[in-house]
Design a protein around this ligand. Structure first.
Ligand code: ATP
Ligand code: FE
Length: 347
C-alpha cells in the first residue's frame, strides 16, 4: 500500500507519502512559527488561512519528492481531529477533494493516534507498548495494544512539559521555543541549587502537574532579582538546571509507575520534549531498572508531521476501515474515549 498523508491540526502544514513496508518516501513539513511569533502564540485564524494557502503546495512537493503520482496511491489519509478546527477543516476539505477527483478511499486519522503509532513506522515495534507523549501541547501515558486500542494511564492535569519549558524560558528571557535554549543553559548550571517542587509525586497514580513548577521558578527568580538587582548569569543557569531536573524527576517516577501498572515490555517516547537529553537519560534509566525496552523515534517523526498520519491511515486501511466521502472534522477527539474498535470512524 502507498498512502498520501495530510496534517494541519496545529501550526505545521504537512504532507507525506508512506508505504506499508514502512518506507517514508517523502515527508514535507512547513511550519508557521514566523507568522505567529508576533502574537506570542498560535492564532487560529492565521493558522487556518496559512494551511489553506500552503497545503496544496505541500501535497505537490510530497508527491514529487516521493516520485509518485495520484494514480500510484491506494488511499488518502488526513488528520480529522483533534486540533484547531479551521486548520483541520483545511486538511479534510483538501483530502475530500483529492478523493472525489481520483476515486481513492478516504481515511480520517486521529492526530494522537498518529503520534502513538509512530514507533511502529520507525522501529517496527510490536503491540503492546507504553507510549509517553511529551510535547508542547500534550503529556500523557498511553498503553497501545492495537491500531485502535489505546488506554490512557494518566497525564498532565495542567500544562504540558514543553509548555512549561517555553514559559520558564520566557521568565528567564531565553528565546522561543524555550526547550533547546533552556537545556543549553542548564548544562552550565547546578541542578541541586534550588529545591523546586516535584508536583503530585506524593499522590498515587500517573497524573502529572507542571504549572506549579513554573510558579516556583518565577518566585525564585523574583527573589534573586530583589537580592541582586537583576538575574545573574550563574543564577539563571542554576535555575534552568534545577527546573529541568524537577521535570525529569517527575516524568521518570511517573513512568516507573506507568510501567509497573501496565506491565508493558517497551516504553516509546514521542513529542518535542523527548529531544531533551537529561529527560531522555532519566527515562532510559527507569527502563533499564525495570528491565523494559526503550525507544524514541527520530525527532522529525515524533514532532508534528504527515508521515505518521499516512502510517496510521495504513494501519486503519489494513484493518478494513475507510471513511465516508463526507468525512467531518472533530475539534475534540480524545483517544481514550474512542469507543470505536479501530482508529475511529471520523464520525
Ligand atoms: P503538539 O505536537 O502536541 O500539538 P507542539 O507542536 O508544541 O505540540 P512538538 O513540536 O512535539 O509539540 O514539541 C515542541 C515542544 O517541545 C516545545 O514546547 C519545545 O520547547 C519543546 N522542546 C523541544 N526541544 C526541547 C528540549 N531539548 N528540551 C525540552 N523541551 C524541548
Ligand atoms: Fe502533535
Amino acid at each position: 500500500l502507498t498512502l498520501l498523508g495530510i496534517e494541519s491540526s496545529c501550526d505545521d502544514s504537512a504532507a507525506a507519502v508512506v508505504r506499508s513496508d514502512r518506507a517514508v518516501l517523502s515527508s514535507v513539513v512547513e511550519g508557521q512559527a514566523a507568522l505567529h511569533a508576533p502574537f506570542g502564540g498560535v492564532v487560529p485564524e492565521i493558522a487556518a488561512r496559512a494551511h489553506a494557502e500552503k497545503l496544496d503546495g505541500c501535497v505537490a512537493r510530497a508527491l514529487a519528492e516521493a516520485g509518485v503520482g495520484l494514480a500510484d496511491l491506494d488511499a488518502v489519509a488526513v488528520t480529522s481531529g483533534p486540533g484547531l478546527i479551521g486548520g483541520v477543516l483545511s486538511g479534510v476539505m483538501l483530502a475530500r477533494g483529492i478523493a472525489a477527483a481520483t476515486g481513492l478511499p478516504l481515511v480520517g486519522v486521529n492526530h494522537l493516534a498518529g503520534h502513538a503509532l509512530t514507533p511502529r513506522l520507525t522501529d517496527g515495534l510490536e503491540f503492546p507498548y507504553l507510549m509517553l507523549l511529551v510535547s508542547g501541547g500534550h503529556c500523557q501515558f498511553l498503553m497501545v495494544s492495537g491500531p485502535g486500542e489505546f488506554r490512557r494511564l494518566g497525564g498532565t492535569i495542567d500544562d504540558a512539559p514543553g509548555e512549561a519549558f517555553d514559559k520558564v524560558a520566557k521568565l528567564l528571557a531565553l528565546p522561543q521555543p524555550g526547550g533547546p535554549p533552556l537545556e543549553a543553559e542548564a548544562l552550565k548550571g547546578d541542578a541541586k541549587r534550588f529545591a523546586l517542587p516535584r508536583p503530585l509525586l506524593d499522590r498515587p497514580g500517573c497524573d502529572m502537574s507542571f504549572s506549579g513548577l513554573k510558579t516556583a521558578v518565577l518566585r525564585a527568580r523574583d527573589a534573586l532579582i530583589a537580592e541582586h538587582g537583576g538575574l545573574r548569569r550563574q543564577d539563571r543557569a542554576d535555575l534552568c538546571a534545577s527546573f529541568q531536573a524537577a521535570v525529569a524527576a517527575v516524568l521518570a517516577e511517573k513512568t516507573r509507575r506507568a510501567l509497573a501498572e501496565s506491565e508493558a515490555p517497551v516504553l516509546a517516547v514521542a513529542g518535542g520534549v523527548a529531544a531533551n537529553s537529561v529527560i531522555r537519560a532519566a527515562l532510559q534509566g527507569v527502563c533499564e531498572k525495570a528491565g523494559v525496552g526503550f525507544t524514541a523515534p527520530p525527532l522529525r517523526l515524533c514532532t508534528d508531521n504527515a508521515a505518521m498520519i499516512a502510517w496510521a491511515g495504513i494501519e486503519k486501511l489494513q484493518a478494513g476501515l475507510v471513511d465516508p466521502a463526507d468525512l467531518t472534522a472533530r475539534p475534540r477527539w480524545p483517544l481514550d474515549a474512542m469507543a470505536a474498535p479501530m482508529i475511529g470512524s471520523g464520525k
